[in-house]
Design a protein. Structure first.
Length: 392
């Protein structure tokens, strides 16, 4: 079968990858060479709609310009590319990537009802409590890091146990306790909730997450003892629980072997080096927290805080830090569209996998982004927070 003509919509495409940031930055390229595209007309339509901010409006204009550049659409796939909630009208959308923009306000809860395989909303200014229908999402990779979500992690997250492979909620102003339902995430390999305001103990149910490789709960207000079973997880390679108020840990947590590492500094653990001062360990922040009496009852969403919080300022490092605090995250430039080189020999990330693969494919793609990660602590960030995908 001959390849489709330029501008046609191949039946196999069906817009499985959508990166609005790229569209918005490429409007001149989309319009150039297509003399019949009236950008003024597109602007008039966009002005009649309501958008949270100018960036969303710009992305919508880019999408409409692309739509007008498509002259052959036998399946009428672009018919519903209208309205400010156009993303929710894409029935075959698999990858939704809105990373590294200036988007703000809320995110429609219907996003978590869509049949997505990967959802990247990190590094924006979104403000919304994670909704209860989070558990309806079949995604294998979910990255909401570096926003201002507020509220708690809903207990419905346990319903994602059969599909979720990587979850990064770093620096999201989350409060409340870690819900015990996270123990149901049997396929999860990466769990990063660092740089939040989480309280209470580290649930013993974490020990049921048998596939876990990267566990980062640093820079929170967690208390109690670190369960021995957590440190004995068979695949755990990196366990970071520094800058909390833990008062004890099992011997297993200090005896990682086989190349695995742990970081428990700046806690309140007796007879362990590089811990908090006695004054800090007797402060209100170090007192045990009853999750059953919290606003979320140990897991559930509430309204986010009304204003954007300032970036997290990590505590001063200990005299002998093993690793630095949260790494600086910046977007990578988009890869050349025709590059076929392997991830290990190229400076740009690989394209996303075909949508026909299983959920494990998206997780493998996300994992491949960290091949050249500079340190153990930045591994989870590099996997999904420091790349730009391209349209297939």
């Amino acid at each position: 079968m001959p390849p489709p003509s330029r501008g046609a919509v191949p039946p196999s495409l069906f817009l499985t990858v959508l990166v609005l940031g790229i569209f918005a930055s490429q409007i001149p390229n989309v319009v150039a060479g297509e003399g019949d595209i009236d950008l003024d007309d597109i602007n008039r339509v966009a002005n009649s709609l309501s958008f949270e901010n100018p960036n969303l409006r710009q992305a919508y204009i880019a999408l409409q310009a692309w739509k007008k550049a498509i002259f052959s659409d036998p399946f009428n796939f672009t018919a519903n590319w209208t309205g400010s909630d156009v993303v929710l009208s894409l029935p075959s959308l698999k990858f939704l990537d809105l990373r590294f923009n200036e988007f703000e306000g809320g995110v429609p809860s219907q996003v978590f009802d869509k049949d997505l395989d990967a959802l990247f909303l990190n590094d924006n200014r979104f403000q919304f409590g994670i909704p209860e229908n989070l558990g309806n999402s079949p995604v294998s990779v979910l990255v909401l890091a570096n926003n201002n979500l507020g509220g708690c992690i809903p207990g419905s997250i346990g319903k994602m146990g059969k599909t979720l492979n990587e979850l990064i909620l770093m620096n999201d102003n989350l409060t409340g306790c870690l819900p015990p339902q996270i123990g149901m995430l049997k396929e999860l390999t990466v769990f990063d909730v660092s740089f939040n305001n989480l309280q209470g103990p580290l649930p013993s149910e974490v020990s049921r997450m048998r596939s876990l490789e990267q566990l980062d709960v640093a820079h929170n207000r967690l208390t109690g003892e670190v369960p021995a079973a957590v440190c004995q997880l068979p695949r755990l390679q990196n366990f970071t629980y520094s800058y909390n108020y833990f008062t004890g840990e099992a011997p297993e947590c200090s005896r990682f072997g086989g190349g695995a590492v742990s970081d428990g500094r700046e806690n309140c653990i007796p007879n362990k080096s590089n811990q908090r001062s006695a004054k800090e360990c007797s402060s209100d922040a170090a007192k045990p927290f009853d999750c059953s009496k919290s606003q979320c009852g140990g897991g559930g969403s509430v309204a986010p805080v009304p204003s954007r919080r300032r970036p997290v300022a990590p505590n001063p490092p200990s005299p002998k830090p093993a690793r630095g605090p949260r790494p600086f995250i910046r977007p990578s430039p988009p890869p050349p569209p025709t590059s076929k080189s392997s991830p290990s020999s190229r400076s740009h990330p690989p394209p996303p996998p075909p949508p026909t693969k299983s959920f494990q494919t998206a997780a493998t793609y996300s994992r491949s982004l960290s091949r050249n990660s500079p340190s153990a602590t930045s591994t989870t960030v590099s996997r999904a927070c420091d790349t730009t995908t391209t349209a297939a």
